[in-house]
Design a protein around this ligand. Structure first.
Ligand code: URA
Length: 286
């Protein structure tokens, strides 16, 4: 998985490495269960991780193992060479999952694993239901940078993603409407994304919100969610091939509230999942 230059040398000091939030540790037979992993598909919600696991099992013809480990924080399933796992909402939760799943795969001696986050987002100037495959992750300042607080100091990391993988996934979309574009990752759903419908009176006006969203659109941002920059930075630092595939639930140039029905919402999310499943099928069968 990881080269010696990025694998954390401090871990050598540990007798047992407890992957606390997954409820697993490196004394278990991780190699037996996970060595053949080639794709890790990640979802915000545990329910989506479970549904995807079942769908992948049916479409790829593998049995679904899991949930493996504990389920208080994350839910993890194994379907042949695919892991389906939830990461919770936002970058802090996602980063915990990324560290632990990567350690798990390193202990399992898995090789050439691609990480794919499959989620939902707010579109910027695109129709609800459109699937956006990220070319570049930008922060709230519209920079291709992830700012992380470490030892009380802000560190800035680049947010490079593998565009070859993004293009291959796009080719697997078939008749599902999918596009390539930049994704903004934010630390909040409401004021962090310039919404006017949070609980508190925002300190900005409707015109300022529109000006901000239009500026984002001008530099090529097609969607906004809450994980992109941390995901891209982690993959880039670890030298893991990564992609983000999100279904837009609304057009933020038109509305703030998500009012699509439960079924339509599930349908949007399924489109993003199906695009990725088509891609995985083509890699497994090809
Ligand atoms: N997820 C987000 O982060 N924002 C949206 O607008 C929709 C889904």
């Amino acid at each position: 998985m990881l080269s010696e230059t990025v694998w954390n040398s401090n871990l050598k000091e540990l007798k047992i490495d407890y992957l606390y939030h997954l409820g697993l540790d490196n004394t278990e037979d991780l190699k037996g269960t996970f060595k053949d992993t080639r794709f890790v598909c990640m979802f915000g919600s545990a329910l989506r991780a479970e549904m995807f696991a079942k769908k992948a099992g049916k479409q790829l013809g593998f049995t679904v193992e899991g949930p493996i480990g504990k389920t208080e924080r994350f839910s993890l399933y194994k379907i042949g060479p695919v892991i389906s796992v939830s990461h919770g909402m936002g970058m802090p939760s996602l980063l915990i999952l990324l560290h632990e799943i990567t350690k798990l795969l390193q202990y399992a001696e898995a090789i050439d694993v691609a990480y794919i986050r499959i989620g939902t987002c707010g579109g910027v100037g695109i129709e609800p239901g459109t699937v956006v495959i990220t070319t570049e992750a930008v922060n709230e300042k519209l920079e291709a940078v992830f700012e992380h607080m470490e030892l009380g100091k802000v560190r800035r990391y680049i947010t490079k993603l593998d565009n070859k993988l993004a293009e291959s996934i796009l080719k697997s979309a078939g008749d599902i409407k999918a596009v390539l574009g930049k994704t903004m990752g934010t630390d909040d759903f409401y004021e962090g994304q310039g919404r006017l419908d949070g609980a508190l009176q925002p300190r900005y006006k409707a015109e300022e919100k529109m000006e901000y969203l239009k500026k984002a659109a001008e530099i090529g941002v097609l969607n906004i969610e809450m994980e992109a920059t941390a995901f891209a930075t982690f993959c880039s630092r670890a030298d893991i091939t990564g992609a983000i595939v999100d279904a837009a639930l609304l057009d933020r140039l038109k509305v703030d509230q998500i009012y699509v029905g439960k079924e339509e919402l599930a349908g949007f999310s399924e489109k993003a999942q199906q695009v990725v499943l088509n891609y995985i099928k083509s890699k497994i069968n090809g």
